[in-house]
Ligand binder design. Structure first.
Ligand code: EPU
Length: 346
């Protein structure tokens, strides 16, 4: 432990990916101390190998084994850095589990992360794809991401602007393999600015009998909705949404809505674009609940691929490709995977 990391040869990754598919790593390195990272990156098992950094493994599909060393941050520090009564700064080490972090902030009376309750994964992974749900994206509340810049070999602190957050995207995703996130700092207000407009939240609060909701109540409502709509990875392997909602120009979205008036269209990330519901298109192509052996599509949510037990990553990838092909053939829209795929190209 004194060296700050643990090294295991020939490690199984089955319990380290929420799809629960079999995969092996020649080396698994669990980092307990971020200051040991430079040493870890200089290890002969890592240098020159196609290494991979994983968090909770909830946004990964192993279509094959990991080609090189797998590094995972096991740092679990969580601190209130400052609090002026209006807002507080919170720092979470990369290995802190996401949902307990959200609940901890709510218990401190801090607001902002409530719509992001119950998302699987770790704090360190949250900025990479700018996790989002029910009208909130984490990037809005991140002040700084601390990371090791593998290009310069130094620790860097990126402010929100430098993180370049967008829908399921950030500099960490665009410059894949450059940054290794070690900690995330959040700025969280004490006065709630509740986001209740996303479909289902208000109805859930009414069903809970809550009149004037607190941020904590909204977090509880989100947990209830997610538990109903999304399969629990602890019960049936999955990685949440497998596809991103495609972003199209307003003109393309309007044209599709003429042919498909019930196709849900949301605001895009700019005035002139629109986000379409990939789930709706996948369901329209007949995939919801589809199953080939143990690989399939959730019967509860068409965006979620599921492993009913013994599916391999290659089998899940094969279904994903067929889904994307059929959506493209019917709607002329290319949908892209959200998880990182290891061992195959999309
Ligand atoms: N819909 C269908 N069939 C389905 C599911 C949904 O037609 O099986 C349609 C419905 O009309 C529904 C609309 O799609 O109103 C939107 O569904 P939902 O609210 O579930 O949202 P989503 O766009 O499918 C996104 C995120 C989820 C997040 C929810 C809630 C992406 C790729 N996914 O899904 O994130 O929980 O919104 O905010 O943006 C994840 O990224 O892993 C994830 C679960």
């Amino acid at each position: 432990m004194t060296q700050g990391y643990r090294l295991t040869a020939n490690a199984s990754l089955r319990d380290r990916n929420t799809f629960g598919v079999p995969a092996m790593a020649p080396w698994l390195i669990e980092v307990d101390d971020a200051s040991a990272l430079a040493d870890v990156l200089a290890l002969p098992q890592v240098v020159g190998s196609d290494s991979l950094v994983i968090g909770g493994g909830s946004n990964l599909l192993f279509a094959g084994d990991a080609p090189g060393a797998v590094i995972t941050m096991a740092t679990r520090g969580l601190q209130l850095l400052s609090d002026d009564g209006q807002q507080a700064r919170v720092r979470a080490d990369a290995g802190v589990a996401w949902h307990p972090l959200v609940m901890w902030t709510l218990e401190q009376g801090l607001c902002g992360l409530e719509n992001l309750a119950l998302i699987p994964g770790t704090a360190g992974a949250s900025p990479i794809q700018n996790i989002g749900a029910y009208g909130t994206e984490v990037g809005e509340f991140i002040s700084v991401v601390e990371a090791l810049d593998r290009r310069s070999g130094t620790m860097v602190r990126l402010d929100r602007e430098a993180c370049a957050f967008a829908y399921r995207d950030s500099v960490f995703k665009r410059e894949a393999d450059r940054y290794l996130v070690t900690a995330v700092e959040f700025v969280l207000p004490r006065t709630p600015q509740l986001r209740l407009d996303y479909a289902g939240i208000r109805e859930e609060l009414v069903a809970m009998g809550v009149g004037a909701p607190t941020a904590r109540d909204v977090g509880d409502a989100v947990v209830r909705i997610r538990q109903r709509k999304l399969p629990d990875p602890a019960v049936v392997g999955n990685a949440g949404s497998f596809f991103k909602n495609p972003i199209l120009s307003q003109a393309q979205a309007d044209a599709l809505q003429v042919d498909y008036p019930t196709l849900p269209v949301f605001r895009g990330d700019a005035e002139h674009n629109r986000k379409l519901s990939a789930a709706w298109m996948i369901e329209a192509c007949g995939w919801k609940g589809h199953r080939d052996g143990d690989a399939g599509v959730s019967a509860a949510h068409a965006l979620v691929l599921v492993n009913h037990g013994l599916a391999t990553g290659a089998q899940l990838l094969s279904i994903a490709r067929r889904i994307a092909d059929s959506v493209h053939a019917r709607f002329g829209v290319a949908i892209e995977p959200e998880p990182k795929i290891i061992g195959a190209r999309w």
